[in-house]
Design a protein around this ligand. Sequence first.
Ligand SMILES: CC(C)(COP(=O)(O)OP(=O)(O)OC[C@H]1O[C@@H](n2cnc3c(N)ncnc32)[C@H](O)[C@@H]1OP(=O)(O)O)[C@@H](O)C(=O)NCCC(=O)NCCS
Length: 179
Amino acid sequence: MTTLRLRPEGPADTEPIRQVLAGAFARPDLAVPPEVGLVEELRGSAAWLPELAMVAEYGGELAGYALLTRVRVSPAQFPALVLGPVAVAPHRQRIGLGTSVVQAALEAATELGERLVVVLGDPAFYRRFGFGPADRAGLSSPWSGLGEPWQALVLPLAVSGAAEPPPGEVVFPPPWSRV
Ligand SMILES: CC(C)(COP(=O)(O)OP(=O)(O)OC[C@H]1O[C@@H](n2cnc3c(N)ncnc32)[C@H](O)[C@@H]1OP(=O)(O)O)[C@@H](O)C(=O)NCCC(=O)NCCS
């Protein structure tokens, strides 16, 4: 049986992660897709949370990636997370790695007492984790106008005293302006 291992990224994973992102987001008009630079900028920024950059190793090969980084809900400055990029190497897609690596990242976030995650993506993929329309949760962002892909998930309360997420505007740090 092929082994699946889900764990936070380490220093040796930088190049394999780059390969996974470049393969999953490949576009004919770009040598390197913007998601590669986004992850590299986030890694060097205050938004980075090392425990929440999750990789999936399949048969010893780094094949999947799911990243959660810090955003804030204004005006309260409530700390939330944005999910993305999420990527699986093209030759390993549709065998459950994407689902597993996102689930592992969300579980790690829950254990850390995080309460709110937002994502921009296809609801057909993200609703399996419990994501729903972010507008309905009272959350706006520069992505609100895109409609259905703008989604949010309230994580279960795992740490006593963790506050309920408020409505407001989700503010993204500068690396996000490039996507
Ligand atoms: C999206 C992605 C991460 C999913 O990973 P994966 O390992 O292929 O997905 P899984 O095998 O865990 O799940 C497959 C399920 O998701 C669905 N799915 C896969 N890719 C999807 C996509 N791009 N949009 C919608 N649904 C998708 C499949 O139909 C399947 O549904 P089922 O469980 O009902 O059969 C992967 O296809 C990928 O890297 N795509 C290119 C990059 C990308 O689009 N990233 C997401 C940005 S929002």
